[in-house]
Design a protein around this ligand. Sequence first.
Ligand code: GUN
Ligand code: FE
Length: 511
Amino acid sequence: IKFVEKDVNVYKVEEILQVIENRYGIKKDDVDVCVLNDGEFLIPGFVDTHTHAPQVPNIGSGQQHELLDWLSEVTFPMEARFKDVTFARKAYTSVVRRIIDCGTTTCCYYGTLHLEATKVLAEIVHQMGQRAFVGKCNMDRHSPDYYVEPSPERSLEDTKELISYIRSLTPPPPTSSPTYGEGESLVKPILTPRFAISCSPELLASLGNLASEDPTLNIQTHISENESEIVFTKSLFPNEVLEKFGINHHHHNHLDFNSTHKHNHKHDTKTKHTTTTYAGVYDAFGLLRENTILAHAVHLEEEEIEIVKRTGAGISHCPTSNFNLRSGFAKVGMLLDKGIKVGLGTDVSGGFSPSILTAIQHASICSKVVSLSSPPSSSSPTTPTSSPTSSSYTSRQLSVPTLFYLSTLGGASLCNLTSQIGSLTPGKQFDALLISLRSNSGNPSIWGWDLDLEVGVRGSGGEPGEEGGRGKGEKEELEGLLERFLFCGDDRNVRRVWVAGRLVGGKDFGI
Ligand code: GUN
Ligand code: FE
């Protein structure tokens, strides 16, 4: 397939896949990666399920700290600067451009606590054509005087206003051709209680009520990231507090909201939270459900894993940040084995890279660290499986297909968007990346496809369809290429980025 941008714009996903099937005999239904020309291929766009747009200017600073000190020493001072809308506009313009060019087609953004600056973030994301969830941090306590919301009421009001603003954004003008993205804005609001520590019980209760009124509203927050954070959280939410302010309780079926407990904060005496857990706090306020994204989940207790599973919430695995802030190693394999949804997050600037590729690399290392500390019997050599959740990962390293899954379809599952994005499947929207490993991409870490050195790429040489060329070894060759890209690639290899069929970024964008 000669890859020409304007041609892709006039194809629907079905048509592109049909061409690939005709040419390469790859079945339409199981295309996750498509071969194009030598050294080039097409993959689904990356989903970053957790990042902080206003922290991008801080990347690479203050990494001697653990979470709570890092927040007060490094993070809050920078976020406070976004009170200045001019500063925010300038910063967010370059931040969003950079994140799109890294190949992130769907991004879950935390803004700051500021309403106006967060509107600007949503507007810029919308205008640049990225698919995204944008939230304003709710934080009305345990934050510095210069960076805290004055009251739970004000926090709720600003949140509602941001939601209406984002929902009023008009859909992008149609492209020259049929795409699936028309008629709907790609930017959605997301409730963003920063974390339990920074939210009063009154605030969490009002956010829980807001959520219960609108089951389509996505929710994101942090959970169980750091030991000191967990201890502090538990101390702030003893059972009495949950019983007094909570709007939900754990023996109720999830999503069982109705007017009786929407407006009634008093509960029957059967409500018992025998011990407080971090997940139990969010659950008590009705904030855990199928469209909730929980970032980190490094130190979850058994009981919390059950709560996450029961409510259908998903985990954003942020290994770069978890290493960098010395938070710990999330047991992602175990979560996958339990059938919990998992995606990847960069968590900038806890994580020092806005690229999902870095998160993939660290997710691999993290899983190897976990497997090293597991009993020897279970650390036997493993064969990668193409089914990411089918066999035991609890004490094993994650395979390449699983890492790829986490960065695409797994992320989509956290956003409840698997019917629309996450894979190059007929009927889904065309959110895709053109990847080039050719030496002229400018990344010297990957031995160029076209160097003709018989290193690195398996079965290279020959034109597609030629005798002795591609064909039988196609799949293996492609997997090898994909692995090299995931581990050694960077934004120089991301040549084109499409969201809903629209070209929105990449190294060749605007050339
Ligand atoms: N917990 C509360 N706020 C933050 C944040 O900005 N980054 C991370 N990594 N954890 C948090
Ligand atoms: Fe974070």
